[in-house]
Each structure stands twice: as C-alpha cells, then as structure tokens.
Design a protein. Structure first.
Length: 188
C-alpha cells in the first residue's frame, strides 16, 4: 500500500474549495437589516467557472472593454468562485426613500428593469446587506490566506447566465492559492 501523499496542487485546490464553503457560511450569517435575509450565494468551479469566463470574454468584445478580458483571465486562473447576490427588489419597510421612491409601497409597485448589467431599482438596505455579506466572505478567505478580489464583472456574467435567477445584483469573488496574488498586480 502506498503512503498517503497529497501533492501541493491537489491539496491547495481542496483547501480553496473548503474555504469557499466557509465563505458561503460567512456570507449567510452576516448581519442583515431587520433580520430579513435576501442574500443568495453560490460556489462555482470547473465547467461553470469556465462558462463565466467565456461570457466575460464575449462582453469584452461586445463592449470593447479590456477590463472584462483581464478579469476573465483571472477567473480562468482561479480554482473557484463565490457568487453573492441579493434580492434587491425586496424592501425592509423603512420608507427611507434611498431607492429613489417616496417609500417602500411606491418602490414595491415600480417596475423593475434590467439596466446595462443589473436589475433596478434596488432597496438601499438590501444593497448594504450584500456589501456586508461580501465583506464577511472575503474576510473568511483572508483568514485562511486564500487570495481573492470582489469583481463586479464576474457578477455581470453570472447574471447573463442566470446563475442566481432571483438576484437583482451579483458580485463574484474569484479564489486562488498561488505563490503570488493574481488579482492585484494585473498589468500584463
């Protein structure tokens, strides 16, 4: 019988996937306005991750937007992605007007429509909840030294693929364990 040996690449990929699962928990348990949870999450790797990168590259061509092309390379070089979305078309009943309407009733009655990348308008508190969930998720990755970066362009592609169909906004967090973070020195 061979001794149990796990090579660096396999062990690191397994660790990244485990941290990704912990990030899902961190996003879920992050505080939410009035305790109303409208956060949506998904862990993506393998073929679905490549499909997101493909859509990002298509958007890069369609919009002549190099940022989508650069971020697609990051997605391809990542071991996994976390998607965090929100049902931003829900309200929390505060009637604050942050959504651009006079109150929650007017907001609820308003037609929600797709803008360039996301659906709007959104309850400002749901958007804040999403930001807090994103922060909790990336903190978890940081605790375990898994490189990451919040990317709106990943979310744009995930919206086009309808990966979180109830979400009005999605952000993506690619994850990597390499000798150097691939997300911050991206001049190439």
């Amino acid at each position: 019988m061979n001794p149990p040996i796990v090579g660096s690449e396999d062990g690191e990929k397994e660790a990244v996937l485990e941290v990704a699962r912990l990030m899902l928990v961190a996003a879920r348990t992050a505080p939410k306005t009035a305790g109303k949870d409208d956060i949506l999450t998904l862990m993506v790797f393998g073929g679905e991750k490549e499909a997101i990168a493909d859509v990002m590259e298509k958007i890069a061509v369609d919009r002549n937007a190099d940022g989508f092309r650069r971020d697609a390379r990051n997605v391809r070089d990542s071991q996994a992605l976390i998607l965090v979305g929100v049902r931003g078309d829900k309200n929390v009943g505060l009637d604050c007007g942050g959504c651009g309407y006079s109150g929650c009733q007017e907001f609820e009655k308003a037609t929600k429509k797709l803008g360039k990348d996301f659906f709007g308008s959104n309850c400002v508190f749901k958007a804040l909840d999403m930001g807090i969930s994103l922060g909790s998720a990336v903190k978890m990755a940081s605790v375990f030294n898994v490189d990451n970066r919040i990317m709106y362009r990943v979310g744009t592609a995930a919206m086009k693929l309808k990966l979180l169909p109830e979400a009005t906004i999605i952000m993506g967090i690619p994850l990597s364990a390499k000798g150097k973070s691939i997300y911050f020195d991206r001049s190439k």
